[in-house]
Design a protein. Structure first.
Length: 95
């Protein structure tokens, strides 16, 4: 079985380039990681780090499949926290 499919690879590259052109990719800072460690609203440090990175770059939206992990903060900040599916549905409506 040959898993290499040239047409699929071309299509995937186009999709990924569009995503990279449309969205900002953020990095974690030391200060953000430190804040993530001490932020007790999260049970999962990874979620806390992601939230801090989103705050530090003034993100409008944070996408997660674990939306319940952000229940403690989602109404207290200006960042919309939603699932990728919800985001795509809303994005398609505005297109």
């Amino acid at each position: 079985m040959n898993i290499y499919n040239p047409e699929r690879l071309v299509n995937e590259r186009k999709i990924l380039l569009r995503i990279l052109d449309t969205f900002q990719i953020v990095t974690a800072s030391k200060a953000g990681l430190e804040q993530g460690v001490i932020d007790d609203k999260f049970k999962d440090l990874e979620d806390s780090y992601q939230y801090q990175a989103a705050l530090n770059c003034d993100a409008d939206v944070l996408l997660t499949i674990n939306i319940k992990d952000f229940d403690g903060v989602k109404d207290k900040q200006q960042i919309k926290i939603m699932t990728p599916q919800t985001f795509v549905e809303q994005y398609q409506k505005s297109w």
